[in-house]
Design a protein around this ligand. Structure first.
Ligand code: ATP
Length: 367
């Protein structure tokens, strides 16, 4: 019976529990034994009760639960070789040589590094006497499968990450609440949303709520003129009789000189140039919490089951797959390439090469 470990790592995202549930039940249905690894990679390093065999009933009711019930962590020791040595030892002790990791690009990078080092880690554990040679027999290859769990929707090669649509719904709901009070007092609200260096949440929330103006990292405005341009549009809307103003600012928003565009900057302009009674709302962690929307329940379930199939179909030669969704179809992409593409986009933005960043974002949808 193949033993498969499931880990949630990095920032939590609604739908991670659905992914764990699907992996656990998919594994059991395929005759495998699932293990939950608690607290991200820390659970691998600590071993013992942090690695628990899961039954069908253990994940009952998890589909709609927000966050991750098996915990997550930013685990510094896993970035070090000694940490990965301890992780490898605990896996061998428990007979686990397949891991399904649900996390962001950092977690998936760590997973792939672990796989590439695996034979060397085992050899070192044997040479230092931590493991006996017979203990590693049959465990020469580590299988890694990635599931992308992130509210930011910032991973290349997939149209949606697990959690992004739940977060988007929560943002829209919050802006609807703000709308009511803004309208009553004829106020302006600057709403800052999460997303790190990715503007997907801000852009989609702006469209879905009919915001007056949006700032996202992918389309940095001219540092000299953006204030006047925004105020002209807001003013035009007001002249048409609009009693409320909503400006959405992505947390990673920048201008074309790479200066941050902050909610404070935007507020100051709306007050000074247009005389609007303006408030800032930073949505913060409410964007992460709460139950998963239908799309994330569906996505995590289909992808979790496919991840188990991917484990069973993998060979030492196959590159580690990442389970994605493209044009409504669950698909597998080479994990390393998807992570590299994601990093190239971030680097291009950092280097002010916005055209290259957009071109790279476009290539992710080409077959
Ligand atoms: P999010 O997008 O939500 O922040 P993430 O997976 O990118 O999620 P990180 O904090 O980058 O979040 O990574 C999570 C964990 O993965 C780290 O704490 C660390 O344990 C492991 N990890 C990340 N990068 C590496 C790496 N290069 N080598 C080894 N382990 C890594």
């Amino acid at each position: 019976k193949k033993k498969i470990g499931i880990i949630t790592s990095g920032g939590d995202a609604p739908g991670m529990n659905g992914a764990v549930r699907a992996v656990v039940r998919g594994a059991i249905a395929k005759g495998c034994t699932p293990y939950a690894i608690y607290e991200g990679y820390q659970g691998l390093i600590d071993g013992g009760s942090m690695m628990k065999e899961m039954t069908w009933e253990d994940v009952r009711g998890w589909l709609s639960e927000g966050g991750t019930l098996i915990g997550t962590a930013r685990c510094m020791p896993f970035r070090e070789r000694w940490g990965r040595l301890k992780a490898a030892k605990n896996m061998i002790i428990n007979g686990i040589d397949a891991l399904i990791v649900c996390g962001g690009d950092g977690s998936l990078t760590g997973a792939d590094l672990f796989r590439s080092e695996w034979p060397g880690l085992l050899a070192e554990l044997v040479s230092t006497g931590e493991l006996a040679p017979e203990q590693i027999q049959g465990y020469e290859h580590l299988t890694i499968v990635g599931l992308v769990g992130s509210i930011d929707n910032d991973m290349s090669s997939t149209d949606a990450t697990i959690g992004a649509f739940s977060s988007l719904s929560r943002i829209c709901q919050s802006v609807d609440f703000i709308d009511a009070t803004a309208l009553s007092h004829s106020r302006a609200f600057v709403v800052e949303v999460m997303g790190r260096h990715c503007g997907w949440l801000a852009l989609m929330a702006g469209i879905a709520t009919g915001a007056d103006y949006i700032f996202i990292p992918e389309q940095p405005p001219n540092s000299e003129t953006w204030g006047d341009e925004m105020c002209a549009i807001v003013h035009a809307h007001r002249k048409k009789g609009k009693r409320k103003t909503i400006v959405i600012v992505a947390e990673g928003a920048i201008d074309d000189q790479l200066n941050p565009v902050t909610a404070e900057d935007v507020k100051k302009l709306l007050v000074d140039k247009l005389g609007l009674d303006t408030r800032i709302t930073t949505l913060g962690h409410v964007q992460r919490g709460g139950s998963a929307v239908a799309f994330d329940r569906m996505l995590s379930t289909l992808q979790g089951f496919d991840a188990v199939d991917a484990v069973l179909e993998s060979t030492p030669e196959t590159p580690s797959p990442m389970i994605g969704i493209t044009e409504n179809k669950i698909c597998r992409k080479p994990l390393v390439e998807s992570v590299a593409l994601t990093k190239s986009v971030a680097t291009a933005i950092k280097n002010k090469d916005f055209q290259k960043a957009m071109a790279l974002r476009d290539t992710e949808f080409e077959e």
